[in-house]
Design a protein around this ligand. Sequence first.
Ligand SMILES: *Cc1c(COP(=O)(O)O)cnc(C)c1O
Length: 397
Amino acid sequence: MPGFELFGDKERKEVQDVMDSGVLMRYGFDGMRKGHWKTQELEAGLSQRMKTKYAHAVSSGTAALTVALASAGIGAGDEVIMPTFTFVASFESILALGAVPVLVNIDDTLTLDPDAVEKAITPNTKVVMPVHMCGSMANLEALKAICDKYGLLLLEDACQAIGGSYKGKPLGSIGDLGCFSFDYVKTITCGEGGAVITNNKSYYENAHKYSDHGHDHIGNNRGAEEHPFLGYNFRISEMNAAVGVAQLARLDEFLAIQKRNYTVLREALSSIPEVLFRTVPQGGEENYSFLNFFLPTEDLAQKAQQALSDTGVDACFYWYNNNWHYYKKWEHLTEMKSLGKLPKDVQESMPDYSKTDFSQSDKWMSRNISCLIKLGWSEDDVAARASTMVEGIKSVL
Ligand SMILES: *Cc1c(COP(=O)(O)O)cnc(C)c1O
């Protein structure tokens, strides 16, 4: 997955353009910038690649989620349905707005289970937020049907899945809003950065204003803007956007390498009857940033992961025990350990996660191993890795 592995001359050139003018901000300073508008270039490239009308770059993927929610008017007391397996940014962005994160079970796609989503809907539900973990998606058709039925927004967290698609559409472009992260370990990186994509003009304009202090950006004279509503600063810098311009141009190159490496490993593991691959919904194509599979039991999955790590196979994760990605290790959320007081709506409406039954999520996550696909591997590296993995897994069966 990590684009940083292939950081090179193209990235250096784009950054050098910004260094040469010294204009590190995305807005204004027209006379000094020597024609360089890297953030705008990144946004134009993204909306073209994702086939959406609009793209707005921000300072991180977490910022993108917050800005996307805010742009659609999500606020205090609104409930946002999110999966038990994701990154902590999901609930951070929701809580930042005083909204309530409602955790819901995943299924064998490793993302939101549509049946569980429908059961979790209350009169306060406003958004369904599927997270395309490790490069693949939920049954988006089913989720969209649920959103249409109940009048909810579909917000795709595609931070880990840029370049994947569903029924011919780029991931992120299927819901009302889609979000990407370009942090240092994502498929393409800006160092730090993120983006919101949408076809909705009003969400786009709101996102633009909200992420720059509520400035309305009308007219050339920065400083004379109106402030139609309150905002914050979630701006990306030109330096970061410049790296993104180079990396986005290389996205298809990265995806092709990921697919090649993924395919070699998957074909090798297919020879083991006990290995069951993650379900990819019909019509979906992963971005091949991870290879995910299940073993028959929790015990075997743990032993297999240990065997892989003992034989030097790095970057194969057992997320069930991981404190970034699975609800079991999120005590700060479940015990509501906030530095300051949380909004009343959150205190009153947050589900009691110590009592919630997530055994369906546990069933899949406890058996899952998730292997990062790197860009820098040579063909020999991948072949050697494939046979070591097969031996390692077989040794515990
Ligand atoms: C990385 C990530 C984010 C947050 O992105 P940052 O740029 O690190 O803030 C959000 N959601 C998921 C699924 C991610 O993997």
